[in-house]
Design a protein around this ligand. Sequence first.
Ligand code: NDP
Length: 285
Amino acid sequence: MGDRNFRSILTGSFSTPCADNPTVAMVEAAYRHAGLDARYINCDVKAEHLAQAVAGAVAMEWVGFNCSLPHKVAVIEYLDEVADSARIIGAVNCVSIRDGRLVGDNTDGKGFLASLKGVTDPSGRKVVVLGAGGAARAIAVELGLAGAAHLTIVNRDVARAENVAALVRDNTPCAAEAMAWTGPVAVPEGADILINATSIGLGDGNALPPVNLDTLRSGLVVADVIPNPPMTHLLRTAKARGCTVLDGLGMLVNQGVIGVELWLGKKLDAGVMQRTLQEIFEVPA
Ligand code: NDP
């Protein structure tokens, strides 16, 4: 009886609404697979309760937590330290608690980059990013830090695109320009990678971002951030045209792997996480 331990390692997520966030199922499946007595608790935390939630996590000696909407910027004021890329992006979605000190990271772009590196090294590449929201911003900064040569940020609201391009130019060696999205975008001849970082396609397998599909050439890497359904219309079309494709499910899985590595120093099984999400999203095998 003496050496039994009934105390679990505590991790989790603060967001609102939170009921549709499947990260808890993904991470806990991987905890069980690794034989870890660790929990990931999906908490609905309203904006006005963020300070109490953070203090609660510290008080209960959680080892870390994710922050999703609407807390990714607001949480920064409660942190002791913010990692470089998260500081540049201006948003934190992963907090580690070490000896009572709170350290913020951003795993959105890092999760994407880990997927991308599975098919190509972004160093020296020319990339077209569709969208200029939170996901696009995180991806653009990580690509710049990873040595991408040139980014074109395409967005309806061109001021938002310019904002992301300026962030990349000012904080990384990468060249970056903004482009207004006024009609189907032609992917330039010299581009190596096209990324849909808009919300077009979320929950709608037929939705297609306005792109000139004739410019999706064989050899181009086409990536989508949409996790569900993972095989978006854009990716299906790109694959049929001979492009290498990357889905948003892998980005989500890699975020889980990176987050737990920051909290526990252990690398969880990405395959277990991937299969768990595929079951939840009812992705055909
Ligand atoms: P934001 O709301 O911050 O940004 C949305 C972006 O999509 C903006 O650039 C917006 O353009 C653009 N957009 C939306 N609708 C249209 C449209 N009809 N035509 C053209 N552009 C459009 O969202 P996030 O950046 O936080 O998230 C974007 C997507 O990324 C979401 O679907 C989310 O699920 C996914 N995501 C996936 C992750 C993963 O791990 N797989 C992680 C994080 C996010 P405008 O500025 O002109 O309005």
